[in-house]
Design a protein around this ligand. Structure first.
Ligand code: NAD
Length: 367
């Protein structure tokens, strides 16, 4: 089998700092688990703009299309705020998502026991939480036509269109069923079939796809009720699949059940390539955190857990992903905290590099 390939795009702000810790972990897997990657690194966002005058060079885009997975840090920063919209750092990320046609956005909400007091919900509601939201990412109301602000009579009207084809629903539903199959075997689909035709079609297609997955327990919920249930008793869910707009809201809500932005990974998956692997981009949910960039304060765990997702979903190494997640859990249980996770009295924060080193040490101890 050929060596799996990874394109690393550290980006701006804390992106390069957290990615340096992921590099340590990639090196460890190569040296100790016989799991070597062909790693290339390139620029994205403001860093790419500084060098090339564009937030994503065509060569980088082409490379992203070739590799088995892309791992991105973060883009943006105040230095680029005044740039024209067409060359803003975020455009680089949006181009990657669009041209790779990454239609399924995976946002896990996992609560590590050692951090359960960070949630705004009661500890017993979130302790041990492990759910996955699959958000449709490339269609729906953010893309549907017509859209715009138009004159109508003597006033203006703002229009966006919720639009889903059967095939767009089918492919994201399939991704969610596959995931549910690899996890707890339960899938809840959320829409507003009570008031939206696109929701009626969504439910119909999800039911149809479900016939190919008799081993997955499928349920449906209106998205507003879903929001309530997510805050009332989130542990009732395993995988949730929903459209772009509802997914935007529900995944942020679910993310905050767990407490800190520095802990949240994500994956965006597209269609399977020739080798059966989906096109894939892995990135932490957080941004470039310019307020702490360059100070060694950033929490690298979101980026490290994004790499764990790559191990599981792009490279079919679920055991190794679990090993890495366990290593993270253990350093947290030992009381190690970067500054964003502080709160307990008498605990001094560790640096970005110290957190990375501690996770590598736990990996080493797992052998
Ligand atoms: P942000 O996520 O960068 O930061 C929000 C707050 O969380 C800050 O106080 C920051 O210090 C803290 N934080 C974030 N990640 C952290 C980590 N790993 N460890 C410790 N603390 C962390 O969001 P923002 O401040 O709204 O945006 C800053 C820049 O990032 C902007 O230019 C924005 O456009 C960009 N952005 C990029 C992405 C992305 O690359 N996917 C996502 C969101 C924002």
């Amino acid at each position: 089998m050929s060596t799996p390939s990874l394109l690393i795009l550290p980006g701006d702000g804390i992106g390069p700092e957290v990615m340096a810790e992921v590099r340590k972990i990639i090196d460890w897997y190569g040296a100790k688990r016989d799991l070597a990657f062909e790693v290339s690194e390139d620029l994205v966002g403001g860093a790419a703009y500084d060098k090339h005058g564009t937030p994503l060079h065509d060569d980088t885009m082409a490379r992203a299309q070739e590799v088995d997975a892309v791992l991105l840090g973060a883009v943006g920063g105040p230095k680029y705020d005044e740039l024209d919209f067409s060359v803003k750092p975020e455009r680089g990320l949006l181009r990657l998502r669009k041209e790779m046609d990454l239609f399924a956005n995976l946002r896990p909400a996992q609560c590590f026991d050692a951090l359960s007091h960070f949630s705004s919900l009661k500890q017993e509601v979130v302790a041990g939480l492990d759910i996955m939201i699959v958000r449709e990412l490339t269609s729906g109301v953010y893309f549907g036509e017509p859209r715009g602000i138009f004159e109508e009579g003597n006033e203006r009207v703002g229009i966006n269109t919720q639009r889903y084809t059967e095939s767009e629903i089918d492919r994201v539903a399939r991704s969610a069923f596959e995931l549910a199959r690899k996890r707890g075997g339960k899938l809840c689909s959320m829409e507003k079939a009570n008031v939206m035709e696109s929701g009626i079609l969504w439910r119909e297609v999800v039911n149809r796809v479900g016939q190919d997955y008799p081993d997955v327990e499928l349920s449906h919920m209106y998205a507003d009720a879903g929001a309530m249930q997510l805050t009332r008793w989130p542990k009732q869910f395993d995988v949730i699949v929903t459209d772009n707009l509802f997914g935007d809201l529900l995944s942020d809500l679910a993310a905050m059940l767990t407490g800190s932005l520095g802990m949240l990974p994500s994956a965006s998956l597209g269609a399977p390539m020739g080798n059966g692997r989906p096109k894939a981009l892995y990135e932490p949910v957080h941004g470039s955190a310019p307020d702490i960039a360059g100070q060694g304060k950033a929490n690298p765990i979101a980026c490290i857990l994004s790499f764990a997702m790559a191990l599981r979903y792009s490279f079919d190494k679920g055991d190794e992903a679990a090993r890495l997640e366990r290593a993270v859990e253990e350093v947290l249980a030992d009381g190690l905290r970067t500054a964003d996770l502080l709160g307990e009295e008498g605990v001094a924060p560790v640096s970005t590099a110290e957190m990375g080193d501690a996770i590598v040490a736990k990996l080493e101890a797992s052998l």
